[in-house]
Design a protein around this ligand. Structure first.
Ligand code: ADP
Ligand code: MG
Length: 447
């Protein structure tokens, strides 16, 4: 008996090589990514698909382990070769013993804002000044790059104007290569399998593109800024830890053009647009309740994992082809400078204690959920219409709360109001909200 029960779609990593498969068996190498299709009747075998070759076949569960979560690790770096402000002499010491193509990048001390690429070649260390001009970086004034990651990626593929192709990064002491760690854990996808299509959205951190990854429709968020990409990485942990039908699933990341975040594709876009473009005439109360329940269930799961969203709002809920609502952007919430700079908080969605004392919790998420309920039942209107941010803050303190949206069921409005209790402890949990909404849906079915 095998103790493993993997659901279809589970991502696994091969524990060893299996290069001489019998008929119907799948061939793979240690470290390959494999997707479970289904369990085979009997003892611990699965039908599965190889993520790189696309082949399908049988394999024993004992050959696999489930893809693990990435642990938050400040030492994980997208730029392990970046040594910061060290002198040329120190750089030379770091690149000992000599090895052709061993390299690092340091900040120029003499020319603040510029960088220096230091490369070991023919027993010498050569220093190339990287000039920062007009928002781009360049060594030869011809090839220009938006950030250091792109530059290094380029010179690892092409020698260009420098003495040798870059071969081996010299990591700053204590730093771990994010690329290696992501690959080991099974979260690094292969750029060759990705086809990019139209732009489907614009996020704060960069464009969102439609795409295809090995036959599956995907959405790809491209974070170009290396600092943001690095910050995101520290939070990848949140997204690699979760898996739930009401959370937009992270398929993996690709280190290219900064960072590509590859997610499941949600064909009907965000909830605000969905509601606004269809409206009262088309969408029934049952559907509104179902969306609300979907979100509550996703949030209940996040709460159970002790994850706080911080930016729960209808704009961050996405709708699938089958009309399932899923919560997105949870890993990004903390990367967001909004999290630390209270002047940038989404004021109309934020709980008073979050605004005033920066106190975020599942209970402040519940407050935001109340606002989301209001958005849903008003078919995508912006909350507190006609009130300025300042007015909202003041009036909330005096006990003011939004009125019920037109035709909103009384029970649903009561739920909103319970989410807007000033005292966080008095607000319901997401579990409670889930139960109430289920009851409401059932009630609707009975009449
Ligand atoms: P940000 O939070 O950085 O502003 P979002 O993640 O909200 O960016 O993405 C912006 C828009 O891109 C969304 O409103 C949605 O329309 C679209 N989008 C984002 N992720 C997906 C996805 N997985 N599937 C389909 N569309 C998406
Ligand atoms: Mg968003």
């Amino acid at each position: 008996m095998s103790g493993k029960h993997w659901a279809p779609g589970t991502q696994c990593v091969a524990k060893h090589d299996h290069t001489k498969p019998k008929a119907q068996e799948l061939a793979f190498h240690k470290g390959d990514l494999i997707t479970i299709i289904e369990a085979v009747e009997g003892k611990g075998w699965y039908r599965a698909k190889h993520n790189d070759t696309g082949e399908e076949g049988l394999l024993a569960a004992s050959a696999l382990r489930e893809r693990g979560a990435i642990r938050v690790n400040p030492k994980l770096s997208l730029m392990p070769w970046f040594h910061g402000k060290i002198s040329g002499v120190q750089a030379v010491q770091e690149l000992q013993p000599p090895e052709d193509g061993l390299f690092l990048v340091r900040e120029s001390i003499r020319h603040p804002g510029d960088y220096v690429l230091c490369v070991s070649f023919a027993k010498e260390v050569i220093h190339y000044r990287v000039i920062y001009e007009e928002n781009t970086l360049s060594i030869d004034n011809e090839q220009r790059f938006y950030n250091l990651i792109d530059m290094i990626e380029h010179y690892m593929k092409e020698q260009g104007a420098i003495c040798t192709k870059l071969v081996k990064p010299k990591p700053k002491s204590g730093m771990k290569s994010a690329e290696d760690e992501l690959a080991k854990a099974g979260w690094l996808l292969n750029l060759q399998h990705l086809t990019l299509g139209d732009r489907i959205g614009q996020g704060e951190f960069g464009d969102v593109l439609q795409g295809e990854y090995m036959g599956q429709k995907v959405a790809v968020k491209n974070i170009k800024c290396d600092v943001t990409a690095q910050a995101f990485l520290a939070e990848t942990a949140a997204m690699t830890k979760v898996r739930h039908k009401n959370l937009v699933r992270l398929l993996g990341v690709i280190l290219h053009n900064g960072l590509y975040i590859v997610m499941e594709f949600m064909s009907k876009g965000n909830l605000v647009n969905f509601l606004r473009t269809r409206g009262r005439a088309v969408i029934q109360t049952r559907q509104l309740l179902q969306f609300s329940l979907d979100v509550a269930q996703g949030m209940d799961y996040l709460e159970s994992k002790k994850l706080v969203h911080r930016d729960l709002a209808a704009r961050n809920i996405l709708i699938s082809e089958e009309n399932v609502a899923k919560v997105s952007d949870f890993g990004l919430a903390r990367v967001n400078p909004k999290g630390t700079d209270t002047t940038l908080l989404p004021v109309k969605w934020s709980a008073p204690e979050a605004l005033k004392h920066n106190k975020f919790s599942s209970k402040s998420d519940v407050w935001s959920y109340g606002i989301l309920l209001w958005e849903v039942f008003s078919f995508g209107r912006a909350p507190y219409p006609k009130l300025s941010l300042k007015e909202v803050t003041e009036m909330l303190e005096q006990g003011y709360r939004m009125e019920a949206p037109e035709d909103c069921p009384a029970t649903v409005y009561m739920l909103m109001r319970s989410c807007w209790e000033l005292e966080p402890g008095k607000r319901p949990s997401f579990k409670k909200l889930t139960e109430k909404l289920q009851k409401e849906l059932k009630h609707l079915g009975d009449v």
